[in-house]
Write a protein that binds this ligand. Structure first.
Ligand code: CMP
Length: 139
């Protein structure tokens, strides 16, 4: 049984490049419903907590610096089999390996500045959505 929601971030690189509108349009055209949406800038402490699973990775300090370098858009998206379908829509983590037509192929710069985040499991989708949104902020 797979869940019907996932969580996404439009990252600082894509926000700076003025891709918010294009990426949200691609998401909606692909049939995802926006359940929750906001524009925020994470503090260092928030980014360290959000990416806590990666804290032993060599890229962790750079990742936190990048993710706090500017505002981001966070959203909860609804779709059947949402986690897997959204990962197909965004493409591989490294845009060099992302399939033609995917969001990362179209808008990402490199493996770190990769335009969007997508949850990797139903469990993480719930944890990540709850990190940013209260019950009255989702529809
Ligand atoms: P995201 O899907 O948000 O999850 C973790 C993030 O770490 C990932 O997207 C990239 O932004 C970043 N990341 C993953 N692998 C690497 C890597 N090899 N080098 C630098 N950044 C990475």
């Amino acid at each position: 049984m797979t869940g019907n929601q996932t969580f996404t971030i439009i990252k600082p690189d894509a926000v700076k490049s003025e891709y918010i509108g294009a990426i949200l349009a691609d998401i909606q055209k692909a049939g995802f419903a926006i359940s929750a949406l906001k524009y925020v800038r994470m503090t260092v402490a928030q980014a360290e907590a959000f990416y806590g699973v990666h804290k032993e990775r060599p890229f962790f300090p750079d990742l936190v610096t990048f993710m706090t370098s500017g505002p981001i858009v966070v959203a909860i998206l609804k779709h059947d089999n949402a986690v897997e379908e959204y990962r197909k829509l965004i493409g591989a983590t490294n845009p060099a390996n992302a399939a033609e037509g995917t969001i990362r192929k179209k808008y990402a710069h490199n493996v770190q500045e990769n335009a969007v985040h997508g949850s990797d499991s139903d469990e993480n989708a719930a944890i990540e959505g709850n990190f940013f949104f209260s019950q009255c902020e989702r529809f």
